[in-house]
Ligand binder design. Structure first.
Ligand SMILES: [Zn+2]
Length: 729
């Protein structure tokens, strides 16, 4: 669950900027191809993409022409004979690259959510070119000299605060991108960036193929015992799509644990499904990703060294709220002790449930979900299948996600059936502000497809910017199981929170109220960008909201209060596991990116085991949420040395929610304050300043530990006597 960055130029460190963020007024003469739908801003409302006109073959020429146009624009800025000013340098850069932006923002959406061999080919072709393009801008010495000249005069320019911030960010990005390097070193950096972009693309494509090939094929219906009729029908449908009629297929999700492990009764089948997941990209075949990882880790360390940093993590954390690898290590370290204790306690209770079931086996990771669910049921009498009828997708969306946004921010929504979409399941809504004016357009693409990357994400087709007179056009993508034809889409609690999460990112985008596109909305640090999204998850369980959307799809009855109480009480159960798998993944990421440039190529599996061990995140029976070989976030999606950010932002969102809790909860006044001080700001101010202004203090892990039941006094009651859970600092 993350804000997928469409301006993902390779996994380069420049993801958050964009000289290519923006898009609007027509480029003077789109000489090459007026027929190309990206040559001019879309004539559709708010410049919504013309999916009825765009052909797969339009993307590459548009991206290439867009790069050409931007280079010409940049050349004009760099060679301007007038003395450098903020307006003729920095503002002009913000206005550049609009055709490129239109093309890439749409392209990265379709290649992520609805790809095909032709689009894959385009991605392979353009990824290194885009990385080189980014370099051509940030390594242009004349351009840098002008930016530096403006930056050096910054104290006498009387710029408004947003412009000052933009200038500071541009300058640092140039330095970070290597503008101060000698010419030979610049050439080395260019080669490394290009290699990284190529490797990242290859990783992404191999992983998608590996995930598809790793789907579990079932020959005997009896092996599906435990699944619901709907799940079995969906598995039969998935088999049909793969021309395996008469069989059943369980597709893999891009995490270690698989959703159906909770209900598959046959232990051998569970182990098989888990094993398919665990080894999906380690089969020594064409889809094995390990040799790519070896080189990527090395290549990133070399790049960091070239730029004067001790390792890649130090290099990439410079513009984050955490700032240093040390701060990240301390943060994770503060959580591992309580997490280990909680997970061990959960494991004891799960083993007791296995024994009580008359089973004679020792708990393994593929048993965890099923027996954890049994404990939850026994202890809290809460069964996920009992919940599902209350979480019908349309109700969750309109009476939950939209309803909360109405209560907090006064928003209203109207579905549009007339705007073109890239796939028939995609839905479009007009978003109206509290005064009825149009805030933007929202696209939802919720169902899993074989040609969609795993996970869930949000991004923009069009960014907000008052400079470019643009309003946001935003999309959410997820991977919910598509119901069999004619059936309602019934969601798990996880899916429900995913909807709130991704829509939280969307709100960050819709409320953006900034002049410059490259610091607008979600164009913020990784360890900030998940704060609004995770904060929005809290409302799913807020009594007024939950009661509103959780209505039985068959009977129309609202969810019984007793069931709501059970959900709440059961919230802290399994948090040791859930936090454990995330901390393990966070450390894997950090350890790969703290390698030094002179380290030899690593054996991926050995390195992984060692990394988890030395950081005490090798929690027994709690495998990492992603293994190195299928860790898409860090190898291809711009989250290198940034996966910790999800937990860092939990600290922020739990703390902010504690503020709401102490100030009357779900009210328009509270929503307005959050909108004004956090959601509308993008990166127009420093992150710690924004948080402090909102709350009046710095964030701390207290509410996070409490919310997850990781403080000793707040732990779930235990059957067995246990020593106190010491908090480790
Ligand atoms: Zn997210």
């Amino acid at each position: 669950m993350h804000a997928f960055r469409t301006i993902l130029l390779g996994a380069s460190a420049l993801v958050a900027i964009g000289v290519c963020a923006g898009a609007a007024p027509a480029p003077k003469a789109a000489s090459a191809s007026n027929a190309n739908p990206f040559a001019q801003p879309s004539p559709l409302p708010l410049q919504a993409p013309q999916f009825d006109k765009i052909k797969d073959s339009d993307y590459q020429p548009a991206i290439e022409e867009g790069m050409k146009q931007q280079l010409a624009e940049i050349g004009k800025i760099a060679n301007n004979s007038a003395a450098p000013t903020f307006d003729n340098t920095v503002v002009e850069m913000e206005k550049s690259g609009q055709m490129l932006n239109r093309a890439t923002q749409t392209f990265f959406n379709v290649v992520g959510a609805n790809t095909n061999p032709a689009l894959d080919k385009v991605q392979t072709a353009v990824a290194p070119k885009l990385a080189a393009h980014q370099d051509a801008i940030f390594l242009n010495p004349k351009l840098f000299a002008r930016v530096k000249a403006v930056y050096d005069q910054r104290d006498t320019l009387h710029l408004d605060p947003e412009s000052q911030q933009l200038l500071k960010i541009y300058y640092k990005q140039f330095i970070h991108a290597g503008a101060n390097l000698s010419d030979p070193d610049k050439a080395k950096l260019r080669a490394l960036n290009k290699e990284e972009a190529t490797l990242s693309t290859a990783f992404q494509q191999k992983l998608l193929a590996a995930g598809k090939a790793g789907a579990l094929v079932i020959d005997n219906k009896a092996d599906l015992a435990g699944l619901s009729d709907q799940e079995i029908a969906a598995a039969a449908d998935a088999a049909k799509t793969r021309k395996l009629s008469g069989k059943w297929v369980i597709p893999l999700q891009n995490t270690t644990q698989q959703p159906l492990l909770v209900s598959l009764k046959n232990r051998a089948i569970r182990e098989k499904l888990f094993d398919n997941s665990w080894t999906r990209a380690e089969k020594n075949d064409a889809n094995d990703t390990r040799s790519i990882i070896q080189r990527l880790a090395q290549e990133r360390a070399e790049k960091a060294k070239l730029l004067g940093y001790p390792n890649y993590a130090a290099y990439t954390l410079y513009d984050q709220m955490a700032k240093t690898p040390d701060a990240v290590q301390k943060f994770i370290g503060a959580l591992t002790g309580p997490t280990r204790a909680k997970a061990a306690d959960e494991a004891r209770q799960i083993q007791a449930a296995i024994d009580k079931d008359g089973q004679h086996f020792q708990l393994k990771p593929w048993d965890w979900e099923m027996y954890s669910e049994k404990v939850r049921k026994a202890r809290y009498d809460l069964d996920q299948n009992q919940l599902k009828p209350y979480f019908e997708l349309n109700k969750v969306l309109k009476d939950g996600v939209f309803y909360a946004a109405g209560k907090l921010y006064g928003l209203t929504f109207r579905e549009r059936h007339d705007l073109p979409v890239y796939q028939p399941d995609v839905r479009v809504f007009e978003v109206h502000d509290k005064d009825g004016s149009i805030l933007g357009l929202m696209y939802f693409d919720y169902f899993k497809r074989d040609n969609k990357q795993g996970g869930a994400w949000m991004s923009n087709f069009v960014n907000e910017s008052t400079l470019l007179k643009q309003k946001p056009v935003i999309y959410n993508v997820a991977n919910f199981t598509k119901p069999a034809p004619g059936q309602p889409a019934l969601l798990s609690w996880d899916d429900v929170t995913t909807m709130f999460h991704e829509f939280g990112h969307a709100l960050h985008g819709f409320f953006a109220n900034t002049k410059y596109p490259s610091i607008s909305g979600t164009s913020t640090a990784r360890d900030w960008v998940e704060f609004p999204s995770q904060f929005n998850e809290h409302w799913a369980l807020y009594p007024d909201v939950l009661k509103h959307f959780a209505v039985n799809y068959k009977t129309g009855q609202p969810i019984p209060q007793a069931l709501v109480d059970k959900i709440k009480k059961s919230q802290t159960w399994n948090q040791g596991y859930e936090l454990g798998e995330l901390l393990a993944a966070s450390e894997l990421d950090m350890q790969w990116h703290m390698l030094k440039a002179d380290a030899p190529k690593q054996d991926v599996d050995k390195f992984e085991a060692q990394a988890l061990k030395t950081t005490h995140t090798d929690f027994p029976n709690v495998p990492t949420r992603y293994r190195s070989s299928y860790f898409l976030h860090i190898w291809a999606n711009g989250y290198a040395a940034g996966y910790y950010a999800y937990q860092w932002t939990v600290m922020l969102d739990d703390d902010a929610y504690a503020w709401f809790d102490g100030h009357g909860g779900l009210t328009r006044a509270n929503g307005q304050r959050f909108r004004d001080m956090i959601l509308s700001k993008g990166h127009t101010e420093d992150y710690d300043t924004m948080f402090r202004r909102f709350y009046g203090k710095d964030p701390d892990v207290g509410p996070m530990l409490k919310h997850r039941g990781l403080t000793p006094d707040n732990s779930a009651p235990s059957d067995t006597a246990k020593p106190g859970t010491p908090a480790r600092s």
